[in-house]
Design a binder for this molecule. Structure first.
Ligand SMILES: [Fe+2]
Ligand SMILES: [Fe+2]
Length: 264
């Protein structure tokens, strides 16, 4: 697993982890982010059980477990939340925040631990990183793609963590930062057309993010958008007609075959 500092100013920094070549091929690659602020850390979308040992080993190059005060889970998917109980098992002091809509579902990943989840209300939350760290904002991103979903905005770094919005299935040697937006589209398009169910919700999120005007948009999969590419990305989303997926002929045939079998 690789890691890199993507922002640093005084006692405030962002680190991205990802491009894990040791993971199994069938496990989707994810980016994990850590914000370290005044010696206290917040972990954003910590990843699944499969990659927990690699994430833990890489994170401890930057912070100790004691320094991690908050873990944020943007939504319920296993590539984000299935490791949560393992983190709590390791350090009971960590406060985990996840959408209220998913607390009962994510609790299925509890694995017998004392699994306390702090619910994020639909309208979002202002969240302080530990006692000494700065404040970040949990920004509503519902139905993009999950019906209960949040982005994270850090005003101090002017970075927005966008979760699955902007997710791209890229080759392992793709650059950390998007360099040519036009050629990056092919890695994002299919993902967004299949996973994003609502044009209205996506347009709302883009409006919200334009108002915030971050310098960096950091997704949970794929390369990071900086500067001009942030605007190109938001413009691209604004013109994307999601939620219109129809099952292709091949899938219909399979479905028909299964249905005929059930009918017998
Ligand atoms: Fe997801
Ligand atoms: Fe994801």
């Amino acid at each position: 697993m690789k890691s890199e500092i993507i922002f640093e100013s005084g006692d405030h920094k962002w680190i991205v982890l990802g491009r894990d070549t040791s993971k199994k091929d069938e496990v989707i690659d994810t980016n994990e982010y850590i914000i370290v602020s005044n010696g206290e850390a917040m972990l954003l979308d910590p990843g699944g059980i499969e990659i927990f040992p690699s994430v833990l080993a890489e994170i401890t190059k930057y912070v100790s477990i004691e320094q991690i005060k908050v873990i944020f889970a943007s939504h319920q998917d296993p590539d984000i939340s299935s490791s949560l109980a393992m983190w709590l098992d390791l350090a009971k002091h960590i406060k985990i925040y996840c959408p209220w809509l998913w607390t009962g579902f994510i609790s299925h990943f509890g694995m017998g631990t004392d699994f306390i989840l702090n619910p994020i209300p639909d309208e979002g939350l202002e969240l302080k990183i530990g006692d000494k760290g700065s404040t970040v904002f949990l920004v509503p991103a519902h139905f993009c793609h999950s019906p209960g979903n949040f982005s994270v905005y850090d005003p101090k770094a002017n970075i927005l963590f966008s979760g699955d919005i902007g997710a791209a299935l890229i080759p392992n040697d793709a650059p950390l930062y998007v360099d040519d937006f036009a050629s990056h589209i092919k890695y994002m398009e299919k993902f967004h057309l299949r996973w994003m169910p609502s044009v209205g919700s996506l347009r709302q999120w883009v409006r919200r993010v334009r108002n915030i005007n971050p310098n960096i948009i950091a997704p949970q999969h794929g390369s990071i958008f900086v500067g001009e590419n942030v605007h190109k990305f938001l413009d691209w989303l604004d013109n994307l007609e999601v939620g219109k997926w129809e099952m292709g002929a091949e899938a219909s045939d399979i479905n028909k075959a299964v249905w005929m079998k059930w009918k017998k």
